[in-house]
Design a protein around this ligand. Structure first.
Ligand SMILES: Cc1cc2nc3c(=O)[nH]c(=O)nc-3n(C[C@H](O)[C@H](O)[C@H](O)COP(=O)(O)O)c2cc1C
Length: 222
């Protein structure tokens, strides 16, 4: 499965089968997590065989079941921490999809108190990403029309349209899709989102999808 197919097939899954991750899958995820931590200056942690974080009232309220594995997304407090968390977290989400796993970004409906993770000096937990073998593959979300999410004066180049289409497939908190992608000139793209709530984290996710689909060499971020 290539990355475009992974973006098409990825949907949030909240119910998981009782099936542990194999050693090979754990090693491949850990390799990518190490790379993301280095490149993104983050502290992502793979936590396996740990049902506690998804066993309380919040997880039940969120209709989660069978979650035994998750990625704790943490990093040093910084103005751009959420955007980096989104960008690199989604890189792991899409690798997980390619490895046959399902995922769900979870900011609220889990127990932070029961979750297992470590924090270094000045770090904080941003959220977690549940992962494992889903009981179903999930379902596509409803999307706003492209006209509300994209601004492009003049004819839209194919690479920009493709980037925008795949950005529309990206997960966002409560499916809010509060982002705007603008083609400023021949090959400069501006991606913006309100600086409130989880919109900056969504923006990091959106930018990863856009880059992968448009091709990182086709454009530069404004
Ligand atoms: C930053 C962020 C936080 C999220 N937090 C939660 C959460 O606390 N509980 C939950 O059930 N889903 C959560 N989600 C999943 C979204 O509801 C989901 O991505 C959105 O509805 C789009 O659906 P899709 O992922 O299937 O495409 C979160 C997603 C993101 C990106």
């Amino acid at each position: 499965m290539d990355i475009l197919e992974a973006m098409q097939r990825r949907h949030s899954v909240r119910q998981y089968r009782d099936m542990p991750l194999s050693t090979e899958v754990k090693e491949r995820l850990q390799q990518e997590i190490d790379a993301c931590n280095r490149e993104g200056d983050l502290h992502l942690q793979l936590v396996t065989d740990e049902p506690g974080a998804f066993s309380g009232a919040m997880a039940r309220y969120g209709r989660f079941s069978g979650v035994q594995n998750y990625i704790a997304v943490a990093g040093k407090k910084a103005p751009d921490l959420n955007e980096r968390a989104g960008y690199y977290g989604e890189r792991i989400v899409l690798l997980a999809q390619q490895l046959g796993l399902n995922t769900c970004w979870v900011a609220l409906t889990f127990s932070k108190r029961k979750a297992r993770f470590t924090l270094g000096e000045g770090e904080k937990l941003v959220l977690v990403i549940a992962l494992g073998y889903g009981v179903h593959p999930g379902a596509p979300h409803r999307s706003k029309p492209m006209s509300q999410l994209v601004r492009c004066d003049g004819p839209m180049p194919d690479w920009f349209r493709r980037g925008a289409e795949y950005a529309m497939l990206a997960p966002t908190a409560v499916n809010q899709q509060k982002f705007l992608l603008e083609l400023l000139d021949g090959n400069t793209v501006r991606a913006t989102a309100p600086r409130v709530g989880y919109a900056p984290l969504d923006l990091g996710i959106i930018k990863y999808h856009f880059e992968q689909a448009a091709g990182p060499d086709r454009f530069t971020w404004a």
